[in-house]
Design a protein around this ligand. Sequence first.
Ligand code: GDP
Length: 271
Amino acid sequence: LPLLVHLYLYTHAARAKVVPTFLLLGPSGAGKTSLVSLLQRRSLNLEDPQAEAVLTRVSQVSSPASLLLPPSIPLGSNKYRSDNDVALKDKQPTPYVMIDTPGHGKLRSDQALSQIQNPALRGVIFVVDSSVLDASDSSASRDTAVYLHDTLLSLQRRKPRGKTKTEIPVLIAANKQDLFTALPTGAVKERLQAEIERVRMSRSKGLGTVGQNSDADPEEDILGGGREGKFSFELMAEEYDIKIDVLGGAVRGEEAGKGVRRWEEWIGSCL
Ligand code: GDP
């Protein structure tokens, strides 16, 4: 019995302080760790994006960072309040948690994508390096697309916890927009959709030959469902209510901090 009491207290305490959580995904080198340090500095009101960042460390484990959303960023939950209410409530920064994850291939499914089941999860931020997505470096863009494909498929398969399933929105942060080799945001979106379509085609061929007589559900195993036609982010919204936004910016470099406010506004819209 003491164990039960312990368990009760534990779950009770855990439920009492659920901080909205965001999952930070993306291939190694995209800028995840740099983004967390930038958001950390902004949380501390040290709004100098040029300030030397905390040294980017190679993350081998998922690590949660406690952050604050500046009071000037509108919150989604305030949408239906009057302006006066918002002004009063918005004086306080809003706490949230960001879980940085290792982008290295072998650790993706175990340590990064398993976090999609986290009950506190409010959104997924997938960071891409916009400068490696041009056709000349197709191995990097394919790697990015495979990881994004698997992320979206995990979200599509996510099982509901309670009676209602609230879908997790996705922000694709098209980072490194300061580099002259970077694809512009619209082109990043096109490129990722086209690459994901290729991944989807080759995966569905695999399913067709292997799983013919098994009880695998093709609708569940193919990203976007088994529907005809090309893959698009809009399809995920139509079929599964999973909203995907692509917003460009730069964490480091000459234009450090550019677009970060828009990323924070996206975070705010999920709160
Ligand atoms: P992670 O592996 O996704 O955590 O990526 P890091 O945050 O460690 O960043 C990888 C490298 O990209 C580092 O050398 C960063 O300084 C650099 N980097 C990150 N963001 C930007 C950016 O917006 N512009 C430029 N030019 N470099 C960046």
